[in-house]
Design a protein. Structure first.
Length: 116
């Protein structure tokens, strides 16, 4: 499994940014998700989409971020709006499968910086 995240960058507070994750080698019943890690903090759940298109969001971003998955292309997008300085972090894509063969893979991360 390989995960390639892209789309990070510098944006002003209140602005928008779109992240994309291209997944290859994943099996059926794999959930794709976004996580982030700010300096000095633990990695935080942002959003996920199951293979059946069920979405879930972390409390800190619900209402501002929208996750979408394109199964035919194995891509996962994260549309981020009304960005705040506290959204500054490295954003990671994750692929997880709970049934056999189970696995969890992480992408390399993409940096999002929100200036005030």
């Amino acid at each position: 499994v390989q995960l390639q995240a892209s789309g990070g960058g510098l944006v002003q507070a209140g602005g928008s940014l779109r992240l994309s994750c291209a997944a290859s080698g994943i099996l059926g019943a794999t959930t794709l998700g976004w996580y982030r890690q700010a300096p000095g903090k633990q990695r935080e759940f942002i959003a996920s989409v199951t293979s059946g298109s069920v979405t879930d969001y972390g409390d800190s971003v619900e209402g501002r971020f929208t996750v979408s998955r394109h199964n035919g292309l194995n891509t996962l997008d994260l549309q981020m709006s009304n960005l705040k300085p506290e959204d500054t972090a490295v954003y990671y894509c994750r692929a997880q499968r709970k049934m056999t063969p189970a696995y969890t893979y992480w992408g390399q991360g993409t940096l999002v910086t929100v200036s005030s």
